[in-house]
Design a protein around this ligand. Sequence first.
Ligand SMILES: Nc1nc2c(c(=O)[nH]1)N=C([C@H](O)[C@H](O)COP(=O)(O)OP(=O)(O)OP(=O)(O)O)CN2
Ligand SMILES: [Zn+2]
Length: 144
Amino acid sequence: MSARPIAHLSRRWSFVAAHRLHVDSLPAEQNREIFGKCNNPYGHGHNYIVQATFSGPVDEATGMVTNLADLDAFAKAELLERYDHQNLNTIKPFLTLVPTTENLAVEVWRIFSAYPHAKLTRIHVEETGNNAFDYFGEGEKEVS
Ligand SMILES: Nc1nc2c(c(=O)[nH]1)N=C([C@H](O)[C@H](O)COP(=O)(O)OP(=O)(O)OP(=O)(O)O)CN2
Ligand SMILES: [Zn+2]
C-alpha cells in the first residue's frame, strides 16, 4: 500500500436569497437595536457566495480528490434548489434560528458534510463584498 498525497479542492457556487435578522422573543425595540437596518420588516437580499473545501488523497487513477461534476450535482440538488431565490426566514432551520451568515455557514456545513465522495474541511460564505464567514465544523465553545 502506498501513501497518496493529500490535496485540498475548493469550489464556489452562488445563489440569491432574502432574509430579515429578527428574534421573535425579543421586543421590537431591542431587535432594531441589535440588527439595525437588517431588522427592516420587509427584509432585504444578498448574492451569497458559498465556497466548500474538500480534503483528501489524490486518486491514483483519476488524479482527483473528487470529481467536480459529482460535487456540482450534489450542490445543485442539496444547496441551490433549497436556497436560490428563496426567503431564508421561511426555510428550516431559519424558521427558529436567526439567518445570520454565521448560522448559514453552519447549516451549509451540515448539508455538504453529507457529500459521500470526499471529506469536507471548510465552508466559506460571502454575504456582501465586505462580509465573509468561515466554519470548519468545530464544536461549541464555552463563552463567558
Ligand atoms: N455578525 C453578523 N453581523 C451581521 C450579519 C451577519 O450575518 N452576521 N448580517 C448583516 C446583514 O445581513 C447585512 O445585510 C449586511 O449589512 P452590512 O454589513 O451593512 O453590509 P455591507 O457593509 O457589506 O454593505 P453596506 O450596505 O455598504 O453597509 C449585518 N450584520
Ligand atoms: Zn443581510
